[in-house]
Design a protein around this ligand. Sequence first.
Ligand SMILES: [Zn+2]
Ligand SMILES: [Zn+2]
Length: 219
Amino acid sequence: MESLEILILYDNSSADPNIRADWGFSALIRTGARNILFDTGADATILLANMKYLNVPASTINTIFISHHHFDHTGALSTFLHAQPHAEIFIPQSLRGLRRPEHIFHIDGEYNFDEDIYSTGELKGIEQSLFIQTPAGFVLIAGCSHPGLEYILPVVEKHGHIHALIGGLHGFNDYRLLADIDYVCPTHCTRHIAEIAGRYPDKYLPGGAGRQYRFPNKK
Ligand SMILES: [Zn+2]
Ligand SMILES: [Zn+2]
């Protein structure tokens, strides 16, 4: 697609005093055809309040993508589904027990939703990441990167250049792996944000609930 927008709805830190920070991650990805809720954060009250403040009605979400089963990524899901029961939901194969949804897809291997939108598939039996093609390369969105970036990045690189990486990178510290990526927004559970920012000041994009980025990003 020509461009996409990512708005962080829920994060361990906040970029605006009116938006609550809480341990967890959720982002809205606007691609044009799809408004994707990527993960939900832990607490539905916080998610819905932040969405309200950021002018994102639940009814505008037509797709939900869940990276992995941990509570800080799924805790608000069942409440959110009461607000918007019609969205298509893409969850990892190992995540079971969702009763409400009408349109649910369990993702096992690599999966191509639409022309430009892909899942890495559930890697290491725990987590899938989303990647979307733009004219500058792929934008990769990760929940916690539990499988390890050394396993996630090659799945995307097989298809082409990675323009941006955004999300939780957990304990990731093999910084050389980021050398060919144009922009990195390490947030949520990322332990070494300061090291990544220090090593790659031209690539670094700060995270936090309320931040919005459009990709391709221009310097
Ligand atoms: Zn996790
Ligand atoms: Zn997490």
